[in-house]
Design a protein around this ligand. Structure first.
Ligand SMILES: O=C(O)CCC(=O)C(=O)O
Length: 272
């Protein structure tokens, strides 16, 4: 058994340093900012330089305040980017999943991206960070279900990189206030059981979906951009036995998002 797999089995996670090409991470980060920049222009009237961090992120905060619905939808749209999804099925990712024991990996949920900042949160709520949880509760896939998490900016304690409890993947599925994203483990967890992870761009955290983890506290004025990739193992016997359950529910809006849209003339223009 490889050292990586041993460590993964023992601690429930491994951090692989310099694993991803920085260019690949930057491509995802850039594509996301470019998509946001289009809506920032529409909503605030500002053409932002996506490489000017404070200008761009202040514009993100302004966009959030001015058109929350568009912000949320743009946040979802960036999670559909080609660059992100290309990485999710990259042979390097497949190889590392196999190395930690997923003999036949399959995507467990759509690749996700988070932009954590207290300035992207309504009414002082804590919706910008996740309380202690186990991802398995939301995915309910194979017992060896695995998550890959990485920041797209250098991330340590100050910007709120993930905190994990080593070995907690072996203590079973914990009671939680809800299975959704804003739930949290109800048992009393000792804060000092968590260790703070730290990353340079290119490093990745690979962890068992049973590992207890939580968002760190981003006390900076910057956004902590991160990616989460989730996988199951098609060969895991209980996953087969349970009929490959799929707990992530994607469904279309029942109503038209833009009433009375489109007109016939608009369609004819598109196809002219
Ligand atoms: O990035 C974060 O702060 C939380 C991510 C997380 O815990 C998750 O996706 O399960």
């Amino acid at each position: 058994m490889s050292e990586i797999r041993k460590q993964f089995n023992e601690d429930g996670f491994v951090i692989l340093r310099n694993f991803l090409d920085k260019e690949i991470v930057n491509e995802i980060y850039t594509e996301a900012r470019k998509i946001f920049a289009v809506q920032i222009k529409r909503v605030t009237g500002k053409s932002v330089d996506i490489d000017n961090k404070s200008e761009f992120e202040n514009a993100m905060f302004e966009f959030f305040e001015k058109d929350f619905t568009a912000f949320v939808n743009t946040g979802k749209t960036v999670q559909h980017s080609f660059s992100l999804h290309r990485l999710g099925v990259d042979p390097k990712i497949e190889a590392v999943l196999k190395e930690v024991g997923l003999s036949s990996p399959i995507i467990g949920a759509r690749a996700a991206m988070q932009f954590n900042s207290r300035f992207l949160s309504k009414n002082g709520s804590k919706h910008w960070k996740l309380d202690a949880h186990q991802d398995w509760r939301t995915g309910q896939g194979s017992l060896d279900s695995t998550v890959i998490w990485f920041p797209m900016v250098d991330a340590g304690a100050d910007i709120g990189a993930l905190q994990v409890i080593p070995g907690s993947h072996k203590i079973g599925l914990q009671e939680s206030s809800t299975s959704g994203y804003q739930g949290g483990i109800t048992a009393d967890l000792k804060e000092d059981a968590f260790i703070q992870t730290e990353f340079q761009v290119g490093d990745i955290l690979v962890f068992s979906a049973f590992l207890i983890h939580q968002s760190g506290n981003n006390i900076t004025n910057n956004i902590r951009w991160s990616v989460q990739l989730r996988y199951n193992n098609l060969d895991e016997p209980t996953f087969i036995e349970r009929g490959y359950p799929m707990a992530y529910i994607y469904q279309p809006e029942k109503e038209l998002v833009t009433p009375d849209f489109p007109t016939v003339a608009q369609l004819q223009e598109v196809f002219s």
